[in-house]
Design a protein around this ligand. Structure first.
Ligand code: KG4
Ligand code: ZN
Length: 411
């Protein structure tokens, strides 16, 4: 809420004890600590005006034109799902420290993320992890120039934890805060590499909640070319893992089991590849996998062969769609990110495609594939540097389309 909204509240409050209140202290706590101002009440109307104008003036300061240097230090806070990720990004040195606390053990017994448990654990972990990250970088909290946090998409309670901590911290430090789109974080995560991709590029975003093909012309200049009509790729991995009795999280477990499987035993469908278009659908593949599993329940070796057939089908499908999207856009660089981009078979398939087409391909470092604070700190940095900052009021956006973001002019 803006303080301007309090102006009438204060003015109203003065009406009741009119004639008795002799002064009003306004603490300018927002401008790097405590200049106070004492207003003498000699004339109610004048005072009321003064209160209103005081608050109006404060509001001007609440949305200042932050002058942030290239060399700014951004604290990134990611709490959209089941990982608490904290990082410090320095405009000149890059990531100076980052920590991820995974809630895997908490959710494992339930076979998937339990939102309420996720929120509660973020509450426990966010502040200690911030302290730990600052200590690892030998950086004092007071030297942080801005805070970037994940505003969405994600689990509403989990998002609210990180957003509240970020917003309060920024308020207390009198620095700007910025809510970041989680998928923009993933999309930009390969930029943290020593050899970052140059824009424009085609992005394949493959995570637990999204499968997207995006034409990226610049930061915030995104055109979604294709997306999943049902399950995301990561979700299909997780459900397949559960069905094969591999537990949660599923992606890495299916990947490992598939390595032991034969590629010539089963052939699963490559969904939506025999018709034009760049959208995806993975729920049919999941059902096909389940049916095959049910037919071979007593065959111990079948599990690995099924995992292999599933991975091969996913990789082939993604390769076919990337080939199509590259041909359609004429783009010469492919960027692959999100949790599933950690998958070796997928990297091998896409790297082969890139070699065939003479296209450059970039993946994030393995530690930045799954959710982390570094990608949020970096995406926040790109936007803060261009002058973006949130007002004091903050909202989270559990659903948020990537192509609704504003373009950032790059200098
Ligand atoms: O990006 P991410 O950490 O979270 C979301 O934004 O959703 O992605 C998590 C997803 C999970 O579904 C997980 O099973 C999958 O990424 N994943 C993998 C691998 N590592 C993580 N899928 C396949 N192979 C992997 N190695
Ligand atoms: Zn993610």
């Amino acid at each position: 809420m803006h303080l301007s909204q309090y102006a009438s509240l204060f003015a109203g409050a003065f009406k009741a004890p009119h004639g008795y209140v002799k002064g009003f202290i306004v603490s300018h706590f927002y401008r790097r600590h405590g200049a106070t101002r004492f207003l003498i009440l000699d004339n109610f109307c004048k005072v009321e005006r003064e209160i209103v104008s005081t608050f109006a003036a404060k509001v001007d300061r609440l949305e200042p034109n932050w002058k942030l240097e290239q060399r700014m230090l951004v604290l990134g806070i990611e709490t959209s799902c089941d990982e608490t990720g904290i990082a410090l990004y320095d405009g000149e040195r890059g990531i100076v420290a980052h920590n991820v606390y995974s809630q895997v053990e908490i959710h494992a017994e339930f076979g998937g993320v339990v939102p309420e448990l996720a929120s509660r654990d973020h509450i426990r972990k966010t502040t200690p992890l911030i302290k730990q990250t600052l200590a690892a970088a030998s950086v004092a909290l007071a030297t942080v120039d801005a805070v970037a946090y994940t505003r969405g998409p994600g689990l509403v309670g989990a998002l609210l934890v990180g957003s509240s901590v970020a917003r309060s911290l920024a308020f207390g430090l009198d620095i700007p805060a910025l809510g970041v789109h989680h998928m923009e974080g993933h999309l930009l995560s390969p930029m943290l590499d020593d050899d970052p991709p140059a824009m424009p590029f085609l992005a394949l975003l493959v995570s637990g909640g999204h499968t997207l093909l995006v034409d990226v012309q610049g930061i915030g200049d995104y055109r979604i070319l294709g997306e999943s009509l049902d399950d995301a790729v990561g979700e299909a991995f997780d459900k397949t893992a559960r069905m094969l009795g591999l537990g949660y999280p599923g992606g890495p477990a299916v990947e490992q089991l598939a390595l032991q499987g034969r590629s010539d035993r089963f052939r699963f469908p490559r969904p939506m590849t025999n018709r034009p278009g760049l959208d995806f659908s993975f729920s049919g593949l999941k059902t096909y996998t389940l049916n095959t599993f049910n037919e071979h329940r007593d065959d111990v070796e079948a599990r690995a062969d099924i995992a292999r057939a599933f991975v091969d089908a996913v990789v082939d499908t993604l390769v076919i769609k990337c080939r199509r999207a590259l041909a359609q856009t004429g783009l010469k660089t492919l960027v692959v990110s999100g949790g599933v981009s950690a998958n070796r078979a997928l990297r091998d398939g896409l790297s082969r495609l890139a070699r065939t087409l003479d296209v450059a391909v970039h993946y994030p470092k393995l530690e930045f594939c799954t959710d982390n604070g570094a990608m949020i700190a970096y995406a926040g940095y790109c936007r803060l540097r261009a002058g973006a900052a949130d007002p004091l009021a903050y909202t989270v956006q559990p659903r948020w389309s990537l192509d609704s973001l504003s373009r950032v002019s790059q200098s």
